[in-house]
Design a protein around this ligand. Structure first.
Ligand SMILES: NC(=O)c1ccc[n+]([C@@H]2O[C@H](COP(=O)([O-])OP(=O)(O)OC[C@H]3O[C@@H](n4cnc5c(N)ncnc54)[C@H](O)[C@@H]3O)[C@@H](O)[C@H]2O)c1
Length: 445
């Protein structure tokens, strides 16, 4: 499934029209390939907050070339500013002083990251200033251009020094190609430490990952990426998709489960399978989902109930069963797949948006109650090019793909990489987040 507009604007006539009509001209995004460096170029560090001292060591551990200044004539691949020392509004000028001289000295698809303190963990003028970082970073994400992204990472003072490594590895690398304008929280909701990652190329070695709806689309890519990262993947899908599912898990040397997640006994069957065949599960990705769009005035009962059953009730029941039975191993990762429709709402999608907002509710309802280092997070994809979006009418699809800061749709791998970041043992302090994978889409921004 291709982006026809992006293909067109790279032709000579397309380039001419883009120039003369002021049409968006999307930069082809870099995506990470196995064996490539995490960050292909220098990372310039700024700011003198509490994280600055450990930042250099964290980036060295990721084999990333970081420095505090950029020699004449060189361009940076990424900028990281530790803003945790900013304690009042006057101090915000430090952001301008660091970023302005470097904004014209960036390579293609640059990565910009601001580190701050969760505003609710400080008070008075400091809280005001830390809250201001969000508007700055979201605007930066809209301005950076050329396939670049910008994010704000709130690091709790309770988080250990190494807790930030997996998040920087993700946000500074091409793995976060379609994630922009996001606020990520580290060390909140009682999760403050990360397990050591011995091999950043295969962080999930020895782990078992359940992926629902794995036979195609985003789920297939999640299975591939988790397998690449070392996990044994248990793919799950409905009987109608059994042959595609089996072919995939054969290729990935994994295991499969053919069932409908809305079946009454599905949670028990899944729990039984994972315990009997794998001794438990480390990563649970609730990806299976459906749309049955109609305006509410025309909504038939079955359209409403099937969407809520697949997208929300099933993930909730399965999660609770796996947790209650102790099938989720210590350090386990539960990941929901929401949608920006669940944040912004969408015409014809009251059923879908309710179910996806409910997935965010599931994260919120569990994040403070989990024990044994288990975390829960969700992705909220925007416009991702799959069979699901191929069903969207042509004009809506074309417009939908442009309404974001990167002027293009995302790929299933962009969602999969975000899930792999949540899944990493290094992400033990990443709990209770809902991260949009939407190229900073204007819907619900
Ligand atoms: N594609 C997008 O732009 C987009 C945007 C936001 C969110 N999402 C979400 O991402 C997830 C994957 O979307 P996709 O585009 O790959 O969809 P898709 O339709 O290509 O794949 C969904 C998979 O889920 C499986 N499935 C459906 N009902 C099931 C059930 N009852 N039991 C077990 N498996 C079931 C399907 O057989 C299919 O393999 C969904 O949750 C979707 O809502 C997608």
């Amino acid at each position: 499934m291709s982006d026809r507009y992006q293909g067109f604007v790279s032709t000579p006539i397309g380039k001419l029209l883009v120039k003369n009509l002021g049409l968006p001209s999307p930069t082809p995004l870099e995506r990470w390939r196995e064996g490539a460096p995490l960050v292909d170029g220098p990372v310039v560090l700024g700011g003198h907050g509490r994280l600055a001292a450990s930042l250099r060591g964290v980036l060295d551990g990721l084999d990333v070339d970081s420095r505090t200044d950029l020699p004449e004539g060189e361009r940076a691949k990424a900028l990281v500013f530790d803003a945790t020392a900013i304690t009042d509004s006057a101090g915000l000028v430090a952001l301008q002083q660091f970023f302005t001289p470097l904004m014209r000295r960036l390579r293609t698809c640059p990565r910009l990251v601001v580190l701050g303190t969760p505003p609710e963990q400080v008070a008075g003028s400091e809280r005001v200033a830390q809250r201001a970082l969000e508007g700055f970073t979201r605007s930066l994400a809209k301005e950076v251009g050329r396939g670049g992204t910008a994010q704000l990472v709130h690091v709790s003072p309770d988080a250990t020094d190494d807790a930030i490594a997996s998040t920087l590895a993700f946000l500074l690398s091409p793995k976060s190609a379609y994630v922009s304008g996001q606020v990520v929280r580290i060390g909140t909701h009682g999760a403050t430490t990360a397990d050591p990652v011995t091999d950043w190329a295969r962080p999930l070695e020895g782990k078992v990952a359940l992926v629902t709806g794995a036979s195609r689309g985003i789920g297939e890519e999640i299975a591939r990426v988790l397998h690449r990262d070392g996990a044994t993947v248990v793919g799950l899908d409905v009987p109608q998709a059994a042959s595609e599912l089996q072919a995939l898990v054969r290729e990935l040397d994994g295991d499969h489960l053919v069932l409908d997640i809305t079946a009454k006994d599905a949670p028990q069957r899944i729990a039984h399978h994972l315990r009997e065949h794998h001794g438990g599960v480390d990563v649970v990705v609730h990806n299976a989902g459906i749309t049955r769009d109609r305006r509410l005035a025309n909504m038939a009962d079955d359209r409403w109930s099937s969407v809520v059953a697949v997208n929300l009730s099933a993930p909730e029941r399965i999660t609770r069963e796996l947790l209650d039975q102790g099938v989720v191993n210590p350090g386990g990762r539960i990941v929901g797949v929401a949608s920006i429709a669940g944040i912004a709402g969408n015409v014809g999608q009251t059923n879908y948006a309710a179910s996806k907002a409910g997935v965010i509710g599931l994260v919120e309802s569990l994040r403070d109650d989990l024990s044994d280092g288990i975390t829960v997070n969700a992705v909220a994809p925007g416009f991702i090019i799959t069979q699901m979006t191929a069903a969207v009418p042509f004009a809506t699809r074309e417009v939908g793909q442009r309404l974001n800061s990167l002027s293009q749709g995302g790929l299933p791998v962009d969602v999969a990489e975000t899930i792999a970041w949540f899944a990493s043992p290094g992400s033990g302090a990443v709990n209770g987040n809902v991260v949009r994978v939407c190229g900073q889409m204007m819907l619900g921004a």
